[in-house]
Design a protein. Structure first.
Ligand SMILES: Cc1cc2nc3c(=O)[nH]c(=O)nc-3n(C[C@H](O)[C@H](O)[C@H](O)COP(=O)(O)OP(=O)(O)OC[C@H]3O[C@@H](n4cnc5c(N)ncnc54)[C@H](O)[C@@H]3O)c2cc1C
Ligand SMILES: Cc1cc2nc3c(=O)[nH]c(=O)nc-3n(C[C@H](O)[C@H](O)[C@H](O)COP(=O)(O)OP(=O)(O)OC[C@H]3O[C@@H](n4cnc5c(N)ncnc54)[C@H](O)[C@@H]3O)c2cc1C
Ligand SMILES: Cc1cc2nc3c(=O)[nH]c(=O)nc-3n(C[C@H](O)[C@H](O)[C@H](O)COP(=O)(O)O)c2cc1C
Ligand SMILES: Cc1cc2nc3c(=O)[nH]c(=O)nc-3n(C[C@H](O)[C@H](O)[C@H](O)COP(=O)(O)O)c2cc1C
Ligand code: FES
Ligand code: FES
Lengths: 283, 320, 320, 283
């Protein structure tokens, strides 16, 4: 049973470095068709990140008052950090008011940033075989993981799912990174018609040696976890619970655990062993 | 209430302004605290804020035993506000004293917040906390459902509130603040009850009871149905209550509700608060409380007040 | 409270949906009214909105004699909200009946709102208004300071509220709504008092008492010091109160507070309101109430409810 | 004594035409230095206006939900309507959040518009002699009045005041319209050093036949009214009270009258005979 309201183990703290609270500057802002957007941010003092970590973004400089509506910052995965110049990329979908403001950000504008936050994915074992399955906004959480597993000599298969082709983010990046890619869309407008978890079933087929990494809508992750369990494969999921703070103080992002009690997605995750999650209790 | 608000005074430098205040026996470096439940146990803010820039912090409310909170969803966004139904989640009094307090840097002022569902247990929690080293004072969170009154908040019934404060007052000689519920008809009456029972100060307001609906799923957004509304949306309500309470009692008041900037803090001081707590804004910007403290001193300097506490109650109301 | 919220029903066209509701004996074309004090005497909206698109409107609260309001400033802006202290300004009952009502187009449902500072005068105003042609019902504004109780609002004291409703009920047989003050501990208790005294329905909430400060001038922004907070900021508070009141009484409820869209109106219906009133949003967009009415019908159609009133109370709360 | 909460006389209604509630489109947006901005709006169905009338502007289409913060629309004088193409110009200062959003509006964006509202200035007598005195944002309210008095054969002297040159709006327009212009700035950075009311004193010097029109900060208008009274000259002022609705229903914009009671600035004004105003009671 998790300790209520407890802090993470000391080891994790040290390994991920200190998060920043800074005003980042937009150095590139693009709409990539449909609701998909990309922001490149120059982050003063940036010291790297682990795949799966995220930042909390506010549409405007932190000291800009009054900040009233929308009130809360938005959690966004760190998609990648191209070129080691203290710049990071965010790949995101325009959804409600907060992401609409982020989508309207122009080059030169400030964006309040707190992060990197969370523990990210555990470091891949050398030579590991991995299937990365992602859908919707979850695609942004797994690109860098794929790149790093491959760089560490692992074998990676990426499976991306979307409702339709307009909904799909980042395809070209996966391709140019040389990551083997299969796509499923619900309407068949790109790749195979169907659910991305159907592809996972095909890829896994009882293979217990492959590690499954999943990020996307809850039903998708839940199904991926089931499929992995059926094959005896380990499965890590990256949850996307609503967050207010992102660093473990509001206790708003609680995910119920099988063992009883809750984990904080922002502090103890967002990546969890799928077997620990009490799926029926997730929002 | 001063009548001299419009007199303009010679400008000072921020360094010339004395920011210290006394909050019911708690000596504060400056009047800016952070609010319970929005600042964890303090250590979480290490990367973002030097805790010595602020007056102190109020820790997450503690119960005798560690407790889990409500099932998710526990938070939602609303216009200029958020709702939360975290409920009782905390590490418990003992773990707080044993593990959380020692982890804090030196020189940080800590107020321990406590709540329970029965009066005896409140008193017991107060006793254990007031002995602890580094606890500068206690804050009784009265926005908690009283089991014996059928779930009415302690802070919603003057008789129950009086019993509670009496019992806690007997259990501790530490500086004692009472945090009032805003979900009442007469905040001034509740303030007087606390003063009468020996509270050293008041903190107000706690979050306002509210409900948000998911129209597509036709459900409350929060699993708990009801939650507490906090953030800028409630600030004008909080200012009203602080003003009403400050005219009803002599004990100092700590103003809370929607503070995001030094200007907001000034408003509370003018309305009669001796200190303030920054709550929800810590989520938006984990360094904001330090900026509020600096900005408050700068405001006092710009307006020629030699001590920040000279601002308290200086709202010009034409004698009303 | 239905348990069937998650069942999905076959979609309808808006024309297939019956938008009519009965609000305590007032037959409404659709459940969208406009709120007292935000819609003048109706005629002002002529250029912007065909009044037959909405269920009706509640006129500015009337006193027996014409009255002037408070000195300026009377309004201020706040996060996702505004404050007002207009106070009593109105043309008086007689001028309303003589001049304002006849100026309205045919087929517009008018609810007359009344308030006074003494119970007898309330009853007299009710009597004069209920005889008037075109008045479909009355709304008693209980958020008015009661002179004999030292300025406490009528709606803040259950005993005073009971006396008031009893007296008004005797004075009129017209459909009688009571508009409740949100500045109370137990809204359900106030709702029960009104039901017990024969009110035909409840309107809630009125604006929330609040204060805003001008930090440069160190004064309240409003000349009256205190004002009423309205707009989206108060919506989650209003939804909570409507939900609590709707579980306490059988009489229908008209939900008010921060409604700016059809979605917002749906939230109130799900929480148990039979109808709604659009208030502050009329200032932002004088045609908005028509759009809310259309959108409500469209929502019902999309979700397969053959009558808009089938949405009432359909909040899925797991039996709580 | 004004009738409490009463409607304007029927004649006024008819003469000014019906106000619109529409989404206007930004056809030009310029920053004119300092905090000064100009918006040109295409207003579907626009049917003209009287000098001194105003519109209520929201930064975004009227149907765009949720509109939360800033909540209220902003009153803005109709500066002019160039070219009779259903376009109007707004000249305004970036001040707080509402005007910051209007200043950020780009070409093609929608702006919610309600108006024209208010009664505007009374039609000038043929051949009348007028002094128009304006300061700060008030400058935008009198340009069109000057143009029309002149077009009707009247003699116009325009006096503009500002803190400094950066604060001054519209100077070039007055010049190119051929309106005789004098300027006063408090810091002397443009025109004469001093207050614009000092210029008024010089211009008027006991002349009772000239009509004074004033718009600007309350102390300026009050002083202009005093000077006019001293000369026995009639004086009309255009008040800028805070407004919520702009069309007479919120009763928020009340101005106290000497005769007792209040006038609604939006409905009965914004132009008033200065002698009617109880200056000490204005916010
Ligand atoms: C750890 C983490 C990483 C994420 N990474 C990405 C990413 O890389 N790219 C991307 O497009 N999206 C990502 N998301 C989802 C993203 O945060 C939401 O889409 C976004 O918050 C929606 O905000 P909004 O204002 O557009 O929507 P609104 O619906 O207006 O938001 C209302 C509230 O709900 C919250 N909310 C709404 N949808 C979600 C959601 N799916 N997840 C969490 N909170 C939500 C908002 O934060 C806000 O508090 C991530 C979420 C988490 C928790
Ligand atoms: C009839 C009329 C015509 C106007 N014409 C112009 C014009 O042509 N050009 C121009 O630059 N300004 C004009 N103004 C003033 C303009 O409306 C304000 O500058 C603007 O509302 C400020 O909004 P904000 O969000 O920037 O400021 P904030 O201070 O954030 O506004 C807060 C609230 O106060 C109100 N407010 C603040 N300042 C004023 C003010 N001076 N007058 C009225 N309300 C105010 C706002 O409307 C809002 O409700 C006019 C005002 C009126 C009443
Ligand atoms: C997520 C959350 C958790 C809270 N937990 C507590 C708590 O444990 N004890 C308490 O007294 N107040 C708690 N509060 C209330 C705040 O301390 C504060 O009174 C309230 O949020 C109003 O201030 P704000 O508007 O600045 O947030 C909590 C508030 C939030 C948003
Ligand atoms: C300027 C103003 C004047 C009001 N006048 C009255 C009134 O005369 N009588 C009344 O019952 N309510 C009055 N109200 C309250 C509204 O009818 C409504 O209850 C409240 O504003 C909450 O709804 P909203 O958030 O949609 O505005 C007034 C509100 C405003 C903003
Ligand atoms: S988001 Fe605040 S604790 Fe996780
Ligand atoms: S602004 Fe609403 S009445 Fe004038």
């Amino acid at each position: 049973m998790a300790e209520p309201g407890a802090s993470p183990a000391a080891g994790g703290e040290a390994s991920r470095g200190m998060p920043l609270r800074v005003d980042a500057e937009v150095v590139a802002a693009e709409c990539e068709g449909g609701a998909n957007h990309r922001l490149r941010l120059a982050v003063p003092g940036w010291r790297g990140f682990l795949p799966g970590q995220f930042v909390m973004l506010s549409p405007g400089a932190l000291a800009a008052v009054p900040r009233t509506d929308p009130l809360l910052p938005r959690p966004m995965a760190i998609y990648r950090a191209p070129g080691d110049r203290g710049e990071i990329e965010i790949l995101f979908k325009r959804h409600g008011r907060g992401t609409a403001l982020l989508a309207a950000a122009r080059v030169g504008q400030k964006v309040g940033l707190v992060g990197p936050l969370g523990r990210g994915f555990p470091t891949a074992d050398p030579g590991e075989r991995a299937v990365l399955v992602a859908g919707g906004t979850g695609i942004a959480s797994i690109y860098e993981l794929g790149v790093r597993i491959r760089a560490a000599g692992g074998a990676v298969q990426v499976l991306l799912g979307a409702r339709g082709v307009d909904d799909l983010m980042g395809e070209a990046d996966f391709v140019s990174a040389g990551l083997p890619l299969r796509i499923a869309t619900e309407d068949g407008s790109r790749g195979e018609r169907g659910l991305v978890t159907d592809l996972l079933e095909q890829e896994l087929r009882g293979d217990a040696a492959t590690r499954v990494y999943a990020c996307g809508p809850t039903p998708m992750m839940r199904r991926a976890a089931e499929i992995a369990r059926g094959s005896g494969a380990p499965c890590l999921v990256s949850l996307e619970n609503p967050m207010a703070c992102g660093f473990g103080v509001c206790l708003g992002c609680a995910a119920p655990l099988r063992e009883g009690g809750f984990a904080l997605v922002c502090r103890d995750g967002p990546v969890f062993d799928a077997e620990r999650i009490e799926w029926a209790g997730l929002p | 209430m001063g009548g001299s608000a419009v007199i303009s005074r010679p400008e000072l430098t921020p360094e010339e302004v004395d920011p210290r205040v006394d909050l019911g026996g708690i000596a504060l470096r400056n009047p800016v605290l952070t609010a319970s439940g929005t600042f964890g146990y303090g250590t979480e803010f290490g990367p973002f804020l030097d805790l010595r820039r602020i007056g102190g912090f109020v820790a997450k409310s503690l119960t005798l035993e560690p407790r889990f909170g409500n099932p998710p969803p526990r938070i939602a966004e609303a216009p200029s506000a958020m709702l939360n139904a975290i409920s009782l989640e905390n590490v418990g009094v003992d773990a707080f004293v044993r593990e959380k307090l020692p982890a804090l840097p030196e020189g940080v002022t800590v107020v321990a917040s406590l709540f329970e569902t029965e009066i005896d247990r409140y008193a017991e929690a107060a006793k254990r906390l007031s002995g602890a080293p580094r606890v500068a004072g206690l804050e009784v969170n009265a926005s908690c459902p009283h089991v014996k009154s059928g779930g009415i908040e302690f802070g919603q019934d003057p008789a129950v509130l009086a019993q509670l404060i009496r019992a806690v007052r007997r259990a501790t000689s530490a500086p004692l603040l009472v945090k009032l519920s805003p979900n009442v008809t007469h905040i001034a009456e509740m303030a007087r009850v606390c003063e009468g029972e020996g509270a050293d100060g008041l903190s107000l307001i706690n979050a306002v009871q509210a409900l948000e609906v998911d129209v597509e799923r036709r459900r409350p957004v929060l699993a708990n149905i009801l939650g507490g509304l906090s953030g800028p949306a409630i600030r004008p309500i909080a200012l009203r209550m602080v003003w009403q309470a400050s005219r009803a009692v002599e004990i100092p008041i700590c103003g809370i509700g929607g503070i995001t900037s030094a200007e907001d803090a000034v408003k509370f001081l003018l309305c009669g608060a001796s200190a303030v707590q920054v709550g929800t804004a810590n989520y938006l910007d984990p360094g904001v409380a330090g900026d509020v403290a600096d900005g408050l001193r700068a405001y006092a300097a710009r307006h020629g007040f030699p001590r920040v506490q000279d601002l308290v109650g200086q709202l010009e109301t034409g004698g009303r």
